[in-house]
Design a binder for this molecule. Structure first.
Ligand code: GLN
Length: 264
């Protein structure tokens, strides 16, 4: 039988969090109880998890959850794992409306629901809708909701026919097809990652159709790839004003906010 210390010494990837997960012990307990001998069942479970990590399975799919903003989210291979840079969209959205003002919000391609659920949790008086093409993702998002959120299945605006919103947010797929970076992401849903040759196919659809689904003076807020900001600003300039660009916490261009131009 092996001890906690022997596993810690093995140098296996993510060994401390994996031990914590299997033994239900904190980091401090792993150290203070380092001579604890794992039971055969614990050892079997841990060895299987270590092998999954070696095979490239992300830790969050093994643990089944990932923290985002102030909440913890259930994630499965049907949903993208939340990225820290997406928290930028939450900060921008929270700054947009005075505290007591209500907002009709649409989060398109909600995945595990991080944007819709986090903003609804922070603003229980907002009317929040989350959509996704994947019904499996919608099911996970529903389980993650802490408030009453309206979830709908469908591709982009097909999910919300004849509805209009004060704020539309999306973290759509935006990686270029064939990008070498995708080789590191083989366990995540490819449909949540890539969007055509230049990665802009879905962003183009969203920018094109958003005016029909926005209320007067409504906002569109998008996450995008680090090299896509210029072209997105250009695409927005046809129907939007007050275009603001944002960098993420790694200083990469990462988001744009724009307000619907008034038609007279
Ligand atoms: N942000 C993702 C990544 O870095 C890319 C796709 C997305 O979030 N829309 O892997």
């Amino acid at each position: 039988m092996k001890t906690i210390q022997q596993y810690l010494d093995s140098g296996a990837i993510d060994i401390a969090p994996l031990l914590s997960l299997v033994l239900n012990k904190s980091n401090v307990e792993l150290i203070t109880q380092n001579e604890y001998q794992l039971t055969p069942t614990e050892q079997q479970t841990l060895d299987a998890f270590i092998q999954q990590r070696i095979d490239g399975m992300p830790f969050s799919y093994i643990s089944g959850n990932k923290g985002f903003y102030h909440l913890d989210f259930k994630v499965t291979p049907d949903t993208l794992i939340p990225r820290p840079e997406t928290e930028l969209l939450i900060d921008i959205a929270l700054d947009l409306f005075p505290k007591n003002q209500t907002c009709k919000l649409l989060d398109m391609g909600t995945g595990s629901g991080i944007i819709a659920v986090t903003l609804a949790d922070k603003n229980p008086h907002w009317a929040v809708t989350g959509t996704d093409f994947s019904s499996a993702a919608i099911e996970i998002a529903q389980q993650n909701a802490t408030t009453d959120i309206n979830f709908a299945q469908g591709s982009w605006f097909d999910a919300v026919p004849n509805q209009t919103f004060d704020l539309i947010i999306s973290n759509p797929p935006y990686i270029e097809q064939g990008d070498a970076y995708l080789n590191d992401l083989t366990h995540e849903p490819i449909t949540a990652l890539t969007a055509g040759k230049d990665g802009l196919d879905d962003i183009r659809i969203i920018i094109d159709q958003a005016p029909d689904y926005l209320n007067k003076n409504g906002f569109l807020l998008l996450e995008h790839g680090h090299n896509q900001q210029l072209i997105i600003v250009e695409l927005l300039s046809k129907n939007f004003i007050n275009i603001q660009t944002f960098k993420d916490y790694n200083s990469n261009d990462r988001a744009v906010l724009a307000q619907l131009k008034q038609t007279t």
